[in-house]
Ligand binder design. Sequence first.
Ligand SMILES: Nc1nc2c(ncn2[C@@H]2O[C@H](COP(=O)(O)OP(=O)(O)OP(=O)(O)O)[C@@H](O)[C@H]2O)c(=O)[nH]1
Length: 380
Amino acid sequence: MPDTPPRSSPAATGWLDWLLGPEGHGRGAVKLTLLALAVYGLFAVNVAVQVRLGLMDASPGAWVSGISLAGIAAFYLLLRSGLSRHLASDPTLTLPQSVFGVLITAWGYAIDPPLRGAIIAIMLLNLVWGMFVLTQRQAFGLYLFGLFALGGAMAFGATTDPVRFPPAVEALHFSFAAILMTAVSVLSVNMARLRAKLGRRTAELHAALERIQYLAHHDELTSISNRRHLSERLAAEQLNQRHSGQTMSLVLIDIDHFKLVNDRHGHAAGDAVLRHFAATLQATLRSTDFAGRWGGEEFLVVTPQASADTAAALVERLREALAATSFDTAVPGLRITFSAGVAECAPGEDLHLAIDRADRALYQAKQTGRDRTVSEFAPL
Ligand SMILES: Nc1nc2c(ncn2[C@@H]2O[C@H](COP(=O)(O)OP(=O)(O)OP(=O)(O)O)[C@@H](O)[C@H]2O)c(=O)[nH]1
């Protein structure tokens, strides 16, 4: 079977990379500027033909062609070298390129009496050029500038060379240009408004998506991982465990007599205690450990690659941190204790069984007086 031919040879790709720069570094703007360079090049050819036919003087024709090509080449170099990226406000240089285009077009109008009507169409191209990038203000400003520049060129021609630029014809040219430019600029401003609206909608959607992702993973009250996220992380940790072959430990923690907090001080105070407790727990963890709210006033801590003894030591650190902390903002003078059940989970062991053993250990801790930790070890 014949091999499928590659879409582009490495030599062609290398050449394109050299011309356009690396992918994702403003390549779109470089491509557009190269297109503009091609357009200016074709106009230079057109000017040369007009000079040859005696329709235009050689010197102004050469100047306008030379300056327009040099200018657009300079824009290409600024974009291709990456220097334009330092211009945070307009890294694609769309506005300066459009302004440059307007000036060259107005100059072309002033030196090309026979074809000046066609040049009005080029002025429209300048307005369309930035349609997908310029803001509403910029698009409107460019329109006014274009009208001013073209009107200036017409007035200059009519006053300095009324034979080739009859004032009445120039006035008609101007009204014709103004009608077309106004119509194009209305479209351009509307497009900018639409893009701004789309940008806002996209930002809102991004924010909503981030919020949804956050809520899918976090407990709304305490802001730590919720049970769903904990289960996902636990499953991932179990895969790691298969590679490392190391035991991990699980700790179920339950605040003692939490119902009393609610009953005596109200649900809002209970919520504040839960938030404070979760924050203290989170601050006690090592970078490799993770924890979350397993339900009500129950929390699960996972200590990868750690024995039950190491996990129990973490629980004691939490106990000390809690003893040192004050719940005064929730309920003045309130002291909180908790019970914990630790279980080791051997590689390949069913997670639910390990959690059940941590739960049994927690039950024992409650039964034997609370404010303590009980450990169960991995089955041999
Ligand atoms: N304020 C508040 N209370 C909650 C929340 N979730 C669960 N609870 C309360 O937590 C209490 C749990 O009570 P119990 O399961 O009887 O346990 P306990 O009073 O802590 O007693 P022991 O666990 O036996 O020490 C109940 O009163 C629940 O209403 C919550 O999000 N906010």
